[in-house]
Design a protein around this ligand. Structure first.
Ligand code: EPU
Length: 351
């Protein structure tokens, strides 16, 4: 197990933000992960688990405790069953499934971060969510001090949420198991309208797997959502806010407010989100509240490619980022009466 002291955490995050950790440990096997977690728990040391660092906002003061980097490796494909070690790079694993001719995660190509992080917030994009293909999650339970296998039905998956996110101090994900589909080289039915349009097919159609993956990568790149060290638009955590889910009543009030603010021609995006609920678009709210692409004059600004991504232009501090995030939350609330909620995990700071 590699161990360092007073180690900078910023290089481990896609934002490139955050101060040092008292101690930084890198674990390459499940046994090492468990050993490091147990040691921290036995000594009452705060623990920060780091995967791909793509969904983390670490305060400028850093982390007083043990930061544990999950660097476990392992991809096992057996028929349509896939098992990934938590430390595997997610987007590489997706490429492997496409090469193997298996459908189910091809639209999740290009998402930064580690495989172990995917069940935590039920990662989703372009019409797919990992909750549709995960069969079970193997995790270390810090309460019972045992390794547990949690079947899909017990993961409490919902939009960008799961039981692992509800109880963030309890579980450390070790392995994720998926059941994919052998559709003879074809993708799962394309659900997202934008993807179907780009592919020139109707929603519900299937396309060759590699075509689906390439199209998603192209769409994501156009929004600055594929990591590129040269491009500051990608020094981000992807979407900084979740899309608000409103009750029908709240949506009606919101719609009335939109008409009052923007005129009767303005139609807010609305997607069905379960019985009596509608999801609207955080990117749209931010845009229409006046925070357009590239907004800001300081070292933290809104991405020039997508209003939902806040970015570090190179010299930002976490405080700069939070100041911008708070300004956006206040502006959207003042304009539309909706309070945006951050999607990335914050460490040592709050919005
Ligand atoms: N829009 C704007 N301005 C923009 C961009 C978008 O007004 O600059 C509006 C448009 O009305 C557009 C709508 O927002 O139709 C939706 O935009 P998009 O399709 O890009 O989706 P999103 O809601 O912004 C979500 C996920 C992304 C995922 C995409 C594609 C969340 C919080 N975000 O973004 O996930 O890639 O859909 O499926 O659910 C992430 O979570 O980090 C992430 C990147």
């Amino acid at each position: 197990m590699l161990e360092r002291h007073d180690a900078p955490l910023a290089p481990l995050t896609t934002f490139r933000l955050g101060g040092p950790a008292t101690r930084l440990v890198t674990a390459t096997t499940d046994a090492e992960v468990i050993e490091a977690v147990r040691e921290a728990d036995d000594t009452g040391t705060p623990l920060l688990v780091i995967g791909g660092g793509s969904n983390l906002v670490i305060g400028d003061k850093g982390f007083a405790g043990t930061a544990l980097v999950i660097a476990t490796k392992g991809v096992t494909l057996d028929g349509t069953h896939l098992e990934l070690a938590a430390g595997e790079v997610w987007t590489d694993a997706v490429a492997r499934t496409v090469e193997a001719g298996l459908a189910g995660v091809e639209c999740l190509a290009g998402i930064p971060g580690s495989a172990g992080a995917t069940p935590i917030q039920n990662v989703g994009a372009y019409g797919q969510e990992v909750s549709s293909t995960i069969t079970e999650v193997v995790a270390y339970d810090r309460t019972t001090r045992e390794t547990v296998t949690v079947p899909n039905a017990d993961c409490a998956f919902s939009y960008r949420h799961s039981r692992f996110k509800s109880d963030p101090e309890r579980y450390v994900v070790l392995r994720v198991r998926f059941r994919l589909e052998d559709a003879e080289g074809l993708s799962a039915p394309i659900k997202y309208a934008e993807t179907a349009r780009a592919l020139g097919v109707e929603p519900g159609d299937r396309v060759p797997l590699d075509k689906a993956r390439e199209t998603v990568l192209k769409l994501r790149s156009g929004k600055g959502m594929v990591l590129d060290p040269e491009d500051h638009d990608t020094w981000s955590a992807g979407s900084f806010f979740t899309n608000p889910i409103l009750t029908d009543e709240q949506f009606a009030a919101f719609h009335a407010r939109v008409e009052q603010r923007l005129g009767t021609d303005a139609v807010p995006p609305a997607y069905p989100a379960g019985e009596g609920h509608t999801k609207t678009s955080a990117a749209w709210l931010i845009d229409k509240a006046g925070f357009t692409k590239g907004y800001g004059t300081g070292p933290a600004r809104i991405s020039t490619k997508h209003t939902l991504a806040l970015t570090n232009r190179g010299e930002a501090t976490t405080e700069d980022l939070l100041t911008l995030a708070r300004e956006v939350v206040a502006g959207v609330h003042e304009t539309f009466g909706i309070t945006l909620v951050n999607e990335p995990v914050t460490v040592g700071v709050t919005l």
